[in-house]
Design a protein around this ligand. Sequence first.
Ligand code: FE2
Ligand code: FE2
Length: 172
Amino acid sequence: MTRLGHLAVRFAGSVRARPLDRADLAFVRHHLRPEELACWDRLGPADRAESLATARATLGALGPDADPAWVAAALLHDVGKAETRLGSLGRARATLVAGLAGHGRARAWPNAVGRYVNHDELGAQRLRQAGARAEAVVWAAAHHRRSRWPGTGIPPEICEILAAADGEPFPV
Ligand SMILES: [Fe+2]
Ligand SMILES: [Fe+2]
């Protein structure tokens, strides 16, 4: 899918996002520790839905004997988006603007676009401060930057599964 196509699908999904049902929330509570759930709870409906879809896809790929830490990492990878304070339209615009300017530059901007591009670092900081599992912290920081995967200590095949389950392009 093209970058614009991916953006359009993501935007449509965020507009359509419904609150999760009881079974979904039970799944999240089952896989997260209380300090991690406190981070996850800050997400809006669209981000919660994306989190759950990513975790279910990760579990589907790894099977029922998956290390619970990878499911937690999937659920928590985008918690930094709670810090961005942008709606669907603002995010679509931020993605386009950052793509034109270059993500490395946009990441340093002291504005909403910069916060959105930097959601990986913001999420990792919040998770670290909360006392989340190390796997969730390092994956949140690295999930859009393949060059950082070797430094996470997460097996490469797990990184591939987590990234494929997420389905976001590189970099956001
Ligand atoms: Fe992300
Ligand atoms: Fe994501």
